[in-house]
Design a protein. Structure first.
Length: 178
């Protein structure tokens, strides 16, 4: 059975960014993703100011800007809340945020982790997991298993990991429009 330090479940923006950061820190990591190919769909339409700064810190901003949609206006919202957000006083190099569809950002992040030697195993949805004192054994669709010290749930709002470990999801389901 294959063994790594960390298994990241889900190759969305959260999982891919985390995998890249772990690899940067010298941690062996594997990403397992249910979908055999990227969906090509985008729920997220852009990144905010602080995310742009983080992407710049990691040398990823040029690639993101190269695939961004031109934008001139400033402002925005936070988590869809009906609060006018004037970002002009913020001391940031990226006051407007960046309009970049989520699938393009995921392509950039996936290319980065693959360059770092991280395997992104697609068509390998997590179906089960067994925890013991030393770590976790992940069971994947198709029957493969991966052993790791840690397993991180980056598998979205309907998280399989959360269901498997019996973790609660307190709070209210978001509705749009309100
Ligand atoms: C309707 C809607 C509209 C939105 N609009 C916006 C917007 O306008 N702007 C914005 O910034 N954000 C928007 N968002 C939020 C944005 O899409 C999320 O913040 C973002 O997708 C979260 O990234 P993530 O990596 O945490 O999860 P996800 O993008 O959900 O990625 C989770 C990944 O895990 C994989 N996965 C799931 N189960 C398993 C499993 N069992 N095994 C292996 N892999 C698995 C999935 O295939 C997926 O690739 C919207 C979200 C929704 C639902």
């Amino acid at each position: 059975m294959e063994t790594v330090d960390v298994v990241v479940v889900g190759a969305g923006p959260t999982g891919l960014m985390l995998a890249g950061e772990l690899a940067l820190g010298g941690v062996s990591v594997e990403v397992v993703e249910r979908e055999p190919v990227p969906s090509g769909q985008s729920r997220g339409g852009g990144v905010n100011q602080r995310t742009a700064e983080v992407l710049a810190m990691r040398g990823l901003l040029a690639a993101v800007l190269g695939r961004a949609v031109p934008r001139t206006s400033s402002g925005g919202h936070f988590a869809g809340l009906p609060v006018p957000l004037d970002v002009t006083p913020w001391r940031t190099r990226h006051p407007d945020g960046i309009v970049v569809p989520q699938d393009r950002l995921e392509e950039i992040l996936q290319a980065r982790v693959r360059e770092q030697g991280v395997e992104v195993r697609r068509g390998a949805g997590l179906t089960g997991l067994v925890q013991d004192a030393d770590g976790v054994t992940a069971e994947l669709a198709g029957g493969a298993r991966v052993r790791s010290r840690f397993l991180v749930a980056c598998d979205g709002g309907h998280s399989t990991v959360r269901r498997l470990v019996g973790a609660d999801f307190p709070g209210k389901v978001a509705r749009w429009p309100r």
